[in-house]
Design a protein around this ligand. Structure first.
Ligand code: PLP
Length: 398
């Protein structure tokens, strides 16, 4: 018998991390590997944020922090919600955590009982499903159609809700598809949720600032369901602060207090220095993010142009985040020069790794087995080279 718990044995290793590992192995053999597997900005954290962190150390921010985060940081987050999202959240409705990832896990563990169903809009971010399983909930993936850029519609949601549905989870802008829900779409979804009072909504808005359409809508803006919405956001993507580990959530006081209690027993408040850096980041507004968005948009356009010409790839236009997520099922049934028949998106991803030396992640990890995900958060020349190589490899298929 294993010394490990059933809980941990049932948990999958993150596939994004597994593919990255394979890429590093090839690179160690001296092969020129282009890694497009990671969901990470390739920008440095803005200088003013780094400076604030250095100052925080010298100012003595070295002690335990309040579990839900420093009060002035939560006040600044409250102001951010008002400014960017027209949402009123008091500081005691906000919990700062060790990354948005912890915020998401806090919520799932705080509201899910064994057997509760969680509708996860698919394609979804890899960790949602595993978090639900950890909480002994039942993930119910709900996939939109490619014609609607994979966005789940209100009708599709209505049909998926059962008396056991407890929570709905989605990200917008979406990782992995880059889809952005419009105000009308979210209004219709909110109307469905309003009719089911036992249902909560977790809106993951970590890519809020990386949006090429312009309007970002928070579903918490729909008053009739606001108390049942948990809004999650953070600094990793918008401020290029992945390593600092600061994220946050806003919710009803009841849910926020539950997350505070859970966090108090597991991690305590997140890093003091990172919190001071987060405060400075928000005080600086979104100018640094806007600069990065210009680059992300240029790269999206560049890559879209290149994938258009790859036979067998069908790619919706991402409206935000920094990924493209082609449906590659058009390559299934084709044969590689080595004589292997490609049958799954994992086969395609693996073929591209071995033949084009480009690392991508198979869509299974995101609940979309016909797709593969490429990060576009890489230098323009790298993207150009990567997609040129991919095209050559795909054209070799027989
Ligand atoms: N949510 C989504 C959709 C993400 O893509 C990520 C990071 O990849 C996270 C949450 C986690 O962000 P953080 O670094 O703040 O934990």
């Amino acid at each position: 018998a294993s010394v490990l718990s059933d809980r941990i044995n049932a948990l999958q290793e993150s596939q994004t991390i597994a593919m990255a590992k394979k890429g590093r192995e090839l690179a160690a053999q001296g092969i020129d590997v282009i890694s497009l597997s990671f969901g990470e900005p390739d920008f440095q954290t803005p200088q003013y944020v780094k400076d604030a962190a250095k100052a925080a150390i010298d100012e003595g921010y070295t002690f335990y922090t309040p579990v839900p985060g420093y009060l002035d940081l939560r006040q600044e987050i409250s102001a951010k919600f008002k400014r960017d999202n027209n949402l009123d959240y008091q500081p005691d409705q906000i919990v700062v955590s060790t990354g948005a990832k912890q915020s998401l896990a806090n919520v799932v563990l705080s509201v899910i009982n064994p057997g509760d169903e969680v509708i996860v809009f698919a394609p979804y971010w890899v960790s949602y499903e595993e978090m639900v399983k950890l909480a002994e909930g039942v993930p119910v993936p709900l996939m939109g159609t490619i014609e609607n850029d994979y966005k789940v519609t209100a009708q599709e949601l209505e049909a998926a809700i059962t008396p056991r549905t407890k929570l709905i989870m989605y990200s917008s802008p979406c990782n992995p598809t880059g889809a952005v829900f419009s105000r009308e779409e979210l209004a219709a979804i909110a109307e469905v949720v309003a009719r089911h009072p036992q249902v909560l909504v977790m809106a993951d808005e970590i890519y809020e600032y990386i949006n090429f359409v312009g309007e970002h809508v928070s579903i918490a803006q729909f008053e009739e369901i606001k108390d049942r919405v948990i809004t999650v956001n953070g600094f990793s993507k918008g401020y290029a602060m992945t390593g600092w580990r600061v994220g946050y959530l806003a919710a009803s006081k009841e849910i926020a207090s539950a997350c505070d209690k859970l966090q108090s027993q597991i991690t305590s408040g997140t890093c003091s220095i990172a919190q001071r850096a987060g405060l400075a980041a928000l005080q600086g507004g979104r100018a640094s993010a806007d600069e990065m968005v210009t680059a992300y948009r240029r790269r999206r356009d560049l890559v879209l142009d290149l994938v258009q010409d790859i036979p067998g790839f069908r790619t919706p236009v991402p409206e935000g985040a920094f990924y493209i997520f082609p449906d590659v099922s058009g390559c299934f049934g084709k044969t590689t020069p080595e004589g292997k028949v490609l049958e799954t998106s994992a086969d395609v991803a693996f073929y591209l790794l071995s033949d084009a030396h480009v690392v991508a992640v198979s869509g299974d990890a995101f609940g979309a087995p016909n797709c593969i995900r490429f990060s576009t958060a890489a230098a323009d020349e790298k993207l150009q080279e990567a997609f040129t190589r991919i095209k050559t490899s795909i054209e070799k298929l027989g």
